[in-house]
Design a protein around this ligand. Structure first.
Ligand code: PLP
Length: 371
């Protein structure tokens, strides 16, 4: 099997599984317990937290959550105190951001959705025109999970704070973490969401990084873990697995992934009526291609029968017929129906790219011929 849906999730590194096992069968103590083996676990969680904070440039606080969906929900539900003021959200957010913003709009909050450019990045002039001195939260995804387009979050934060100095700037960093360098503090980011399972870590563990000096109310209250910011017994094994994954993922050479993408792109370039959805600042981990005149899910099934697994855009929205992000980029219905997302990962081999591309092209031909 050749797995090319790494933007949906990744194979967990063997080193991560090994690390996690230790915290299930040996160091399984509740970190809140008052005996010394539990204190050791507390120290290890602190070290994991510090390592992940360092990956974001150091400084700030990092709170563990059950996933990035929770981190995003936390920001939208607790980062905005009341209905005074307005909230800016890009049309390019992952469903876990966008749907929370829509829910706020349904409750009567003034939520302003910012347009995208044809390359998938946020339309800066629309963003600027929708900001005002009453904006309390601006949220823009760092790297698009649909297309891999990278937003200049430092610039967007600067613009937001020039117009509304007290506004919080949040970015969903799930597809960017360990892939695109970021220094949250220097970039003016206040809140940054993370997830482990896109970088060889386990599912069911995420985090929210919060700038020093900022406090948002807790979303989940109870036993007061995570300094009272996120209650619930710490998922120790997953936290340690997250940290191990970040270490191992960071050791890989991003240049190799870029080469894989280039090779695949070149090999697919001659498909007729097809357009790559990409930006000049682009993640090498994602190749999004809209092939007009075919149904992408049929192509996906055909490829799966041949042992090749690719994605159809966001895994969360692949069951929905429309694709909000591609629509916002101005893609037409035929392009959206034929949209595929190839997600590269550290397990992919360069030599497989040409044969995968050849199979994709044969399947596309067959689908068009059958029509
Ligand atoms: N944000 C982005 C950009 C994502 O790609 C995903 C996962 O697909 C999420 C948030 C949700 O992450 P999780 O699966 O940890 O809830």
């Amino acid at each position: 099997m050749i797995y090319l849906d790494n933007a949906a999730t990744t194979r967990v590194f063997d080193s991560v599984v090994k690390e996690m096992e230790r915290y299930y069968s040996e160091e399984y103590f509740n970190p809140s317990a008052l005996y010394s083996p539990a204190f050791e676990v507390v120290k290890k969680i602190a070290a994991a937290r510090a390592y992940l904070c360092d990956k974001l440039g150091g400084g700030g606080k990092l709170y563990f959550t059950s996933c990035a969906t929770e981190s995003n929900a936390w920001v939208y539900n607790c980062g905005v105190k009341n209905k005074k003021g307005n909230i800016l959200v890009s049309m390019g957010e992952h469903a876990s951001g966008y749907e929370n913003a829509r829910a706020l709009a349904d409750k009567g909050f003034d939520v302003r959705f910012v347009k995208l450019c044809a390359d998938g990045t946020v339309d800066i002039s629309d963003y600027q025109s929708k900001l005002d001195e009453n904006t309390t939260l601006a949220s823009v995804i760092h790297c698009s999970n649909e297309t891999g387009a990278i937003n200049d979050i430092a610039l967007l934060s600067r613009i937001a704070k020039q117009i509304s100095p007290r506004c919080l700037f949040h970015s969903d960093g799930v597809q960017a973490f360990c892939k695109i360098d970021v220094n949250c503090e220097h970039a003016g980011i206040d809140l940054y969401s993370l997830s482990a399972h896109k970088i060889g870590g386990p599912k069911g563990i995420g985090a929210l990084w919060v700038r020093d000096g900022i406090r948002i109310a807790p979303f989940i209250i109870g036993g007061g873990q995570e300094e009272g910011e996120r209650s619930g017994t710490e998922n120790v094994a997953a936290i340690m697995g997250f940290c191990q994954a970040a270490k191992d993922f960071s050791a890989f050479d991003g240049g190799q992934i870029f080469a894989l993408r280039q090779r695949m792109k070149k090999a697919l370039e001659d498909i007729k009526d097809a357009v790559f959805n990409e930006a000049s600042e682009q993640s090498p981990y994602i190749l999004s291609l809209s092939i007009a005149g075919i149904k992408a899910e049929v192509l996906q099934r055909k490829l799966a029968d041949k042992g090749i697994l690719i994605g159809l855009g966001s895994a969360c929205s692949s069951r929905l017929k429309k694709n909000r992000v591609l629509s916002a980029m101005g893609r037409d219905m035929r392009q959206i129906e034929g949209n595929v997302r190839i997600g590269f990962g550290v397990c992919n081999l360069s030599d497989d790219m040409d044969s995968v591309a050849k199979t994709i092209k044969e399947c596309v031909e067959e689908l068009r011929w059958k029509k």
